[in-house]
Design a protein around this ligand. Structure first.
Ligand code: HEM
Length: 373
């Protein structure tokens, strides 16, 4: 596949048609010097501009440099194409503490997420000062990119946590078929898509009047690692599974409809006069009509981190959502779901992240987050 352009008004990896693979990483900044942080972001931007175009991370590459020096690329992507690689950077709220004198630049929208009912969050796999989302069609290419950014960051950042995802659970373009999550359901049907230009302006991209000028053209990223209790789920009857989501498992059609993209009729009744889509169905509670019009651009991935030592798969959804205001959007939707969603019996939120993703890098003279320095 052709390389995805790196430069532009918005960062790639948000409305870019969701690639098949993910390597997501969160870093803690270990230097307390603002100039070193700015330098790191410049070096990362230059390496990202290269790697997303299928080139090695540095100009000498894995084997072209001095034999006495460590190579400026680790080598495992030699001979592989760009594979649709995108690298998307985000800044966590903790970056705006006293260390770098950035406190006054922290957007109101980047206020910490509140505790939500049912949260079982582990701090060691949550939060972080910086994040990078690498998406590609080849897992080796995504891992190579993150590994080289971590290598470049040595002495200035350390990896806090990271997550691999092996299958997209969403589509972000009408040209893509809807994939399935690990519960076997089509996921991403009612997602925001890159073709919805007016809605994206309203719901996805930060506007010039939103309060933090440096974020104009950017977007806020919420990550949630959501463990699925797959063994319990696999014992639930099909009809119950379909009622939980409010869609059928084969087509992904809303209950009462026939085809995947049929408009959801929340008033549809079965022969017994009962609503086909129950009050506690996921699509009813997550729908914009239930949440003050809030929508999300979902871009999550399936994960399996082996097994848990108790004979169960350690599996689930690494949920990723982009939006213009996480408090008005993600928090509103998750509040609806947290108290009531019939899906809750089968899932557990174990990690959380909120990051401000700045606008795109304009050209080779620009870098990620330049407006902050
Ligand atoms: C819709 C699965 C968690 C927000 C859906 C659909 C499925 C699904 C199968 C229907 C197809 C579609 O329209 O995409 C899951 C699973 C989850 C999960 C398995 C957890 C493991 C969440 C969370 C949020 C969320 C945490 C946000 C807080 C939405 C939204 C829709 C949706 C906004 C579209 C509703 C509509 O407008 O019809 N989800 N979801 N989901 N989900 Fe989730």
């Amino acid at each position: 596949s052709d390389p995805v352009p790196f430069y532009g008004e918005h960062q790639a990896g948000i409305v870019t048609p969701a690639q098949d693979r993910l390597h997501f990483v969160s870093f803690d900044v270990t230097t307390d010097k603002k100039a070193e942080l700015a330098e790191l972001l410049q070096e990362w931007t230059a390496a990202a501009a290269r790697m997303t175009q299928g080139q090695e991370a540095g100009a000498f590459g894995a084997v072209g440099g001095e034999p006495e020096a460590p190579p400026d690329d680790t080598g495992e992507a030699l001979g592989l194409p760009a594979s649709g690689l995108t690298l998307t950077v985000g800044f966590g709220g903790s970056l705006f503490d006293d260390r770098f004198g950035l406190a006054s630049r922290r957007p109101a929208a980047l206020a910490d997420l509140p505790h939500l009912p049912g949260d079982a969050l582990l701090p060691e796999i949550s939060g972080g000062d910086l994040c990078v989302q690498a998406c590609a069609h080849d897992p080796q290419v995504a891992v190579h990119a993150i590994r080289n950014l971590a290598r470049i960051g040595f002495g200035r950042v350390s990896v806090r946590w990271s997550q691999l995802g092996f299958g997209r659970t969403s589509s972000t373009s009408r040209a893509q078929a809807t994939p399935r999550n690990l519960m076997g359901f089509k996921d991403g049907t009612a997602n925001l898509k890159l073709e919805d230009v007016a809605l994206l302006r309203e719901q996805l991209w930060v506007g010039p009047d939103d309060g933090s000028g440096w974020m104009t053209g950017g977007s806020y990223l919420v990550t949630r690692k959501i463990r699925m209790l797959v063994e319990t789920w696999d014992r639930a009857p099909l009809a119950e599974q379909e009622q939980i989501f409010g869609r059928d498992k084969g087509e992904g059609a809303p209950l009462g409809g026939k085809a995947e993209f049929d408009v959801i009729d929340f008033d549809a009744k079965g022969p017994d006069g009962e609503a086909l889509i129950k009050d506690d169905a996921h699509v009813r509670l997550a729908h914009p009509s239930h949440n003050g019009g809030a929508r999300l651009l979902r871009r999550g991935y399936n994960y399996v981190d082996g097994s848990d030592g108790l004979g169960r798969l350690d599996a689930g959804l690494f949920f990723i959502a982009y939006q213009r205001d996480p408090h008005r959007q993600f928090v509103a939707v998750q509040r609806s779901l947290a108290g009531k969603d019939s899906l809750n019996e089968y899932i557990k939120h174990v990690s959380s992240g909120l990051f401000a993703c700045p606008p795109g890098v304009r050209d080779a003279g620009d870098y990620w987050g330049r407006a902050l320095f």
